[in-house]
Design a protein around this ligand. Structure first.
Ligand code: SF4
Length: 223
């Protein structure tokens, strides 16, 4: 993804279009492990960092994206009317219904053109942009350490990126909140390994019997 952005920067710059990278003053790690905001929840008093984001607390989207982008635009708005082009695809209409996406100065060219996510990917591939094959592995490419990824995406991360998986385990060992509601990263690893063993033995991994056996396995590993 970083290589892809570097490539875009070169293309824009060559074409005389200003390319600006926005970056939060602090890193994801700093917010996760070190930044302790005022706690409303008494159970979190004294704990360091914000820990993993969740569906209810997506501090990363707020701190690392929205606040940074909004600060940049609010400076620009002092001089200009700012029109933002948002890359929602034609098959993401549901996103327009969200209150945060009702801004009259937002434009959605992909929707106007009727381009779906698949159309966009096809167009990019045809023009030599392939993100180093990331979209062959993942359906959506979000932050590599995101706990909101689906189970199949996490399974692919475990299988294809063992170095990142080790980092993920290390991150979890340094924080207080579980990675997923039902699984720590270590438990997910046990599950994925168990699935591989079962598949190699020709056994299913989506039956009630599998889930019972997995439960036993996790219990055994926790002893
Ligand atoms: S992809 Fe996940 S970790 Fe990244 S900003 Fe979004 S919610 Fe946060």
């Amino acid at each position: 993804m970083v290589e892809h952005i570097n490539r875009l920067e070169a293309i824009f710059t060559d074409a005389g279009i200003k390319f600006t990278r926005l970056k939060s003053e602090h890193s994801f790690e700093w917010y996760m492990f070190d930044y302790s905001p005022k706690r409303r929840n008494p159970a979190l008093q004294g704990l360091k960092g914000q820990s993993w984001p969740s569906h209810n607390i997506r501090w990363c989207t707020t701190e690392l994206k929205n606040m940074v982008v909004n600060a940049y635009f609010s400076d620009l708005r002092k001089k200009y009317t700012v029109i933002q082009l948002i890359g929602f695809a034609a098959d993401e209409q549901y996103r327009l219904k969200r209150e945060a996406n009702q801004n009259p100065n937002h434009r959605h060219p992909l929707m106007d053109w009727g381009w779906t996510e698949a159309d966009c990917l096809k167009y990019c591939y045809a023009h030599g942009f392939d993100w180093g094959g990331l979209y062959e592995i993942f359906h959506r490419v979000s932050c590599w350490c995101c706990p909101l990824k689906s189970l199949p995406e996490l399974r692919n991360l475990w299988k294809q990126f063992p170095d990142l998986w080790e980092r993920l385990k290390n991150m979890e060992h340094r924080t207080y909140r579980k990675f997923l509601k039902n699984y720590t990263v270590d438990q997910l690893e046990i599950r994925f390994q168990f699935e591989e063993e079962r598949l190699a033995a020709g056994l299913p991994i989506n039956t009630r019997e599998f889930h019972q056996a997995l439960k036993e396995k996790l219990k055994e590993c926790n002893q």
